[in-house]
Write a protein that binds this ligand. Structure first.
Ligand SMILES: [Zn+2]
Length: 391
């Protein structure tokens, strides 16, 4: 056990957290994204971030190989934020953590930032294990139920991939693969408390403000503590990864990018120097810089699509329109794996719906049921017999 690791004597914890807070002020560099210098937790280890606030990691068997979870300590128990996967490897780590840290202090509640599989797969199982209630937004409980209804999910994926012009055989196997993720969620039978935007959760000495945002999912909850100067950001703000913003198959005409950009704007009202505890990668400083980067990246993608569609206008190809799959190649010119293709189609569609609602392009459906995108000014001077899809 290192000096960064939580050990049982209270004075050691106090010294350690004071050191962590002192080091923190030295780390903040104005106008930059700076990694916070905490030791990365080993499997089954807790790292103290601030008094009563701890960081742990659980493994993921994906390209992104971990999720960060956080534990908030109070006199009568722990609050766990996010859950990881319900698999044997995670179960073994939870046993280690129980022996080391939870023997005298139970886990009394679990908070889910959102219902993606890496965050909530083990949710039901852990609630049952510790007889703890789940705190989640109403939108994310709906999201969870949509994902576990694998048959409906598969047919809605198939409809969206087919309309995106993915060949039938590939669309079938991708929709089957995507819906199988629903089987990774453990059954949820625990009492549920809904969190709403603006709620304040008092946990130990801290009050955590719930900030609900749409775009990455239906209703993602981040937790902001003004007193500690900390945002537990889930997938809402990650230091290096740009969170996936996709049109969801249950809302195929939605405009999630507009919601996402609105949510980034809203987060800029938080102080610039707070510590961000994300669900993936490292804790960091530089919230406003990161929000600006994320915005800029999406606006760059929007501009690439505008340029591609304008090129069509410039070349006088007035009858040409594009499918989602055609335009995916504008944003992602490299070869994509099947899973990446699904994510790329969803992201591309999110950008196309933003441009549709912005009046830049028009979305129609051809006689084969494929969505087609045309520069709006061309569409208006060249009315076709296609049916306009309204969003
Ligand atoms: Zn997520």
């Amino acid at each position: 056990m290192t000096s960064d690791t939580l050990s049982s004597p209270e004075n050691k914890e106090r010294n350690m957290t004071e050191n962590a807070m002192q080091e923190r002020s030295a780390e903040i560099a104005e106008g930059q994204i700076t990694t916070a210098h905490f030791k990365v937790p080993l499997p089954g280890e807790l790292i103290c971030i601030a008094p009563g606030i701890f960081w742990l990691r659980m493994p993921l068997p994906f390209k992104l190989d971990h999720i960060n979870l956080y534990l908030l300590k109070e006199e009568d128990g722990w609050t766990l934020i996010d859950c990881g996967l319900a698999n044997d490897e995670s179960q073994t780590l939870w046993q280690t953590l129980e022996q080391e840290y939870f023997a005298d202090l139970p886990v009394k509640r679990i908070i889910a930032t959102h219902a993606h599989v890496d965050h909530m797969s083990a949710g039901g199982q852990l609630c049952q294990r510790w007889n703890a209630p789940l705190y989640i937004t109403e939108g994310e409980l709906k999201h969870l139920n949509l994902q576990t209804d694998t048959q409906t999910l598969q047919s809605s994926y198939l409809a969206m991939l087919t309309a995106s012009n993915i060949p039938e055989k590939e669309a079938n196997s991708l929709s089957q693969m995507g819906s199988q993720l629903g089987h990774m969620f453990s059954e949820l039978t625990a009492p549920i408390f809904f969190m709403q935007d603006g709620d304040h959760l008092t946990i130990g000495d801290y009050s955590w403000q719930v900030i609900v945002a749409e775009g990455h999912c239906i209703a993602h909850a981040s937790l902001y503590c003004q007193q500690a100067g900390i945002l537990i950001s889930g997938d809402q703000v990650l230091p290096g990864i740009s969170s996936n913003v996709s049109v969801r198959s249950d809302d195929p005409e939605g405009n999630p990018l507009q919601h996402w950009l609105n949510s980034l704007q809203r987060l800029k009202s938080l102080p610039a120097d707070i510590l961000i505890l994300p669900a993936h990668e490292m804790p960091f400083y530089g919230l406003h810089e990161r929000l600006n980067q994320l915005e800029k990246d999406h606006h760059k993608s929007l501009q690439q699509l505008r340029t591609a569609l304008d090129h069509q206008a410039l070349n006088g190809e007035q009858n040409q329109d594009y499918s989602v799959l055609d335009l995916v190649k504008v944003l992602y010119p490299r070869a994509l794996s099947p899973f990446e293709t699904v994510l790329a189609c969803g992201e591309c569609l999110a950008h196309l719906h933003y441009l549709r609602d912005d009046g830049f392009l028009e979305k129609t459906t051809d006689t084969s049921g494929i969505w087609r995108f045309t520069r709006a000014s061309l569409a208006s001077v060249n009315p076709s017999d296609k049916n306009t899809v309204t969003g």
